[in-house]
Design a protein around this ligand. Sequence first.
Ligand code: NAG
Ligand code: NAG
Ligand code: NAG
Length: 806
Amino acid sequence: MAAAFVGGALLGAVFGELLKAVSEEKDKAVTFKDRLEKLESTLRNSIPWIEEIEKLNQVLDRPKQETENLVRMMEQGEQLVRKCSKVKWNCFKRYVYAKKIIKLDTSISDFFRTSLPLQHARDGKLIMVEVKEIHTMVRRMSGNGNINGWMSNQVGDCCSAPDPPVITPGLDVPLKELKMELFKDGRQFIVVSAPGGYGKTTLVQRLCKDDQVQGKFKDDIFYVTVSKNPNVKAIVQKVLHHKGYPVPEFQTDEAAINDLERFFKQMRTEAILLVLDDVWPGSESLLQKLGFQLPDYKILVTSRSEFPQFGSVHYLKPLTYEAARTLFLHSANLQDGNSYIPDENIVSKILRACKGCPLALKVVGGSLCGKQEVFWQRMVKECSRGESVFQSKNDILDCLGSSLDVLNNEVKECYLDLRSFPEDQRIPITALIDMWMELYELVDDVFAITNLHELSSQNLVDRVVTRKTAGDYGCYNDDFVMQHDLLRELTICRSKSEPINQRKRLVVEISGNNFPKWWMDQKQHPNNASLLSISTDETFSSNWPDMQGPEVKVVVLNIRTKKYILPDFLQKMDELKVLIVTNYGFSPAELNNFRVLSALSKLKKVRLEHVSLPNSLATVRMSHLQKVSLVMCNVGQVFRNSTFRISDAFPNLLEMDIDYCNDLIELPDGLCDIVSMEKLRITNCHRLSALPEGIGKLGNLQTLTLAACTELSALPDTIGNLSHLNFLDISECLNIRKFPARFGELCCLKTLCVIGCPISEVPSTNLENLQVVICDEETAEQLAYSPPGRARIEVIQEDSNLNFLH
Ligand SMILES: *[C@@H]1O[C@H](CO)[C@@H](O)[C@H](O)[C@H]1NC(C)=O
Ligand SMILES: *[C@@H]1O[C@H](CO)[C@@H](O)[C@H](O)[C@H]1NC(C)=O
Ligand SMILES: *[C@@H]1O[C@H](CO)[C@@H](O)[C@H](O)[C@H]1NC(C)=O
């Protein structure tokens, strides 16, 4: 068996040597016989994986660096194994060696278990699809490097800790102390406690990225954001998914927790670290249940409360004056030498008002960045206004509040809208653009984006880009923002002062089926909101009471159930322009009752995330709809239903986005008859195998994006008919090797993106308007032999972080 690998590519060869060494030595090194036998069986079980990696490397013609660590691990392993038979009676050495073998064994099995979670689809072609898929995903996760990140948005990068901010002054000492606490044989729970905005999350993020911590806990650090209403089943599902295990459906929270306990016990690892970020008071019973009896299993909690009954409390203190000053000056960007330099007196007053709270320092600093002296003085006044009256927390809210007040009105309104999305979740920028364009009647999405830039330059939101090139070309599919929960609270506090029926934004969080009293009371009285957001949990039964919102323009529904019925009252909301439905549960939600949308003559945009489209969509007609976005949706059932014609359902679409729809195999019937279509974006649909010839009928199409549709092997010849097409993106379509014959007829084409495509030539004959070909280094090299006429070649520097061994 081993011999079959020798002489193969490098990885196979090294693997073969290791396996050979193990089988030879296991009989000689009596002391280690058992351990070596186990290692041997791990290795034999890994043979199919090794073969797959080899295949992957060939198919993708990639350098071997992705497998370098594995190769190194195996080389060291071989040396280790060879030495085993020489260890005689030195007890300590025997112990050390035994430990090393165990470690090697676990590292190898972990590698295959966590890095290639493919167990469920192991036959032939499917494997290649999945391998490529993963490969593409890994590519797209630059900066994040976690293979499980592919589930995009909410299901999120499962359980890897996010990267901490670049600048974190004053955290070195707390980090050291927390680490000591963690490594001590102390209690199972460690609670990091401080008021909101003091950097608890940043501290644990740094801890998770710390070398010593990673050395001890390896891949068994699970980072979970708990928030106010913890979704226990989803938390467990994420952990299992993170480790590459099949994800079961749980009936109850108890069942989920039992499964997690069993799973942790089976993991044969030396140490496990479970980080529970943002735990709210009232979650004691959850903490209790998670405290399994396991050796070296630590639970690190961040919370505004202390949970003293659970373990050692680690208080995170406010920043020292010096650290606060560093962070503040950095946030106000005062190092660049151009801005107004306030005198130290002003700075120190602001620092005092911020009370060493990192969030306040960042936000206040951000809001003063580049501002004239008067703004600084005003800030000093506003910040110190209530100093003696309020307690420290309110004080900080005051400071933060005054940073909001310097925003221009539209930006501020945009900011207040963010709370229509749930706490601690990434908010997709595409959803914000859809919503703001209609709420504020923006003529171009550029205005929405500049508003976002403003918020992010003031540190009021954190921008998360999961793909480096995103956004450069008007495609924001991989772009998100996050809002600090204290800042979210601030916006909630502000809205509370208004009577419900007068609020412009009505944000409702419903737990179970308990509708708030005002809702039940107001049946007869219309509200005055233009933005309505309703969040429901996994026990919601979709029995909707009536609501009258004659002014509602945007509805945001945040859901967690597996079945969800759109409320009937939507059909009376005549002003409704945008509907955004996002499912934050682990499995797709079946969404029903689309008929309520049929009569809405102003409804322009519908965005659905992580839902299943029902067959009944075949009977619905939304003739005014201009844009449909389907993200991580199950579309297969209805798209394949012969009674469904998309051109009947949405006859006048201008834009369609389909992203991460894993069961999209063919485009739906009739898509090519929607001749009004101007922008079609199909991204990350790894099973889409062909485009219909009919695509040539979309004579108004200007933008066509087919990025990361890895199975697509050709563009149809009729693409030449798209006489208005000016933007084409086929980046990361790993199977498109050349353009069709009539490609050269695209007389309007200006921009062509071929990042990561095996394209070697762009036919330039008639592409008179082609201005730029955007590609990666590899593609650029290939294109060098046949340059695309007058077009410029722009090379994107990708840090293709293919290091899935970490
Ligand atoms: C409803 O909102 C509009 C502006 O959005 C405002 O002009 C009007 O006075 C409000 N009506 C009530 C009853 O609050
Ligand atoms: C197709 O959709 C129709 C209309 O909703 C439904 O009655 C029918 O059962 C569906 N067919 C299949 C094969 O699912
Ligand atoms: C594409 O254009 C050609 C003529 O250039 C025409 O014969 C053909 O019918 C068109 N195809 C489609 C699908 O529109």
